[in-house]
Write a protein of this length. Structure first.
Length: 196
C-alpha cells in the first residue's frame, strides 16, 4: 500500500470515530504520555491544536497538563501560500480564531512569534505511523520543513488513535520520522538517543 492509500484509509477510519471515542482515546494517549517522566525535564514544547472536523487527537488535554507544570507552550500558525509555519507562544491570554481551513490559530494581529530553535519537544500531527517511526500526515509537508528549523536534538512525538502499520513504503529522503509514537494502548520508542 502506498502513502496516498494509507492516507485515505486512516483518514476514513478516523472520521468514523464518535466524539466520545475521540475524547476517550485522546485521554488514553495522554495517560501514556504522562508516564514519560524524562519529557517533563524539558521547558519548551510545540504542540498542534486539534482540527475538530478532522477528528484529531485532543491536544488541549496535553496543553493543560503542561501548563500546570509551568512549561512554555508554542503552537503553529500556518501559511498556506508558502506551506510554512510560524512558531507562536501560547498561554491563557492567547486569543484563538478558526481559520478558513478549520485550524485554531492565534489572532494574526496578536500572534507572538518566537524562533523554532527554542523548541525541545514537538508534537507532530499525523494520521498513522509505522513500526520504524515514519509518519503519514496530510501530504502538505508543513512539519517536514518546520522541523529543519528546530534544533537537531528536538524530541519528535507522534500521537495516533491507531496501532502502527508494519511499514510505509515509497518514502522520500526528506520524509520526517518521529522519535516517539503514542497510541491509546502503547508507547513506541524509535530513537532512544533523542531522549537524553
Amino acid at each position: 500500500m502506498n502513502k496516498e492509500e494509507f492516507r485515505k484509509k486512516y483518514f476514513y477510519y478516523r472520521q468514523s470515530l464518535s466524539q466520545k471515542e475521540i475524547f476517550d482515546y485522546s485521554y488514553q494517549i495522554f495517560l501514556n504520555f504522562r508516564k514519560l517522566f524524562f519529557i517533563w525535564k524539558k521547558k519548551y514544547y510545540h504542540i498542534f491544536l486539534p482540527i475538530k472536523k478532522y477528528k484529531e487527537v485532543n491536544t488541549f488535554i496535553f496543553i493543560n497538563f503542561l501548563q500546570q507544570k509551568k512549561k512554555y507552550i508554542t503552537i503553529p500558525y500556518s501559511n498556506f501560500y508558502d506551506l510554512s509555519i510560524d512558531n507562536c507562544f501560547f498561554d491563557e491570554k492567547t486569543l484563538l480564531k478558526k481559520s478558513k481551513y478549520g485550524i485554531l490559530e492565534p489572532i494574526y494581529t496578536e500572534k507572538r512569534i518566537v524562533s523554532p530553535s527554542i523548541i525541545e519537544v514537538i508534537f507532530i500531527p499525523l494520521l498513522i505511523f509505522d513500526l520504524k517511526g515514519y509518519r503519514i500526515g496530510y501530504g502538505k509537508g508543513f512539519y517536514d520543513r518546520f522541523i529543519l528549523l528546530c534544533k537537531k536534538n528536538v524530541i519528535k512525538i507522534g500521537l495516533s488513535f491507531f496501532y502502527p502499520v508494519k511499514e510505509i513504503g515509497f518514502l522520500h529522503e526528506n520524509d520526517l520520522s518521529i522519535d516517539l509514537g503514542i497510541t491509546p494502548t502503547n508507547i513506541f520508542f524509535f530513537n532512544k538517543k533523542a531522549y537524553y
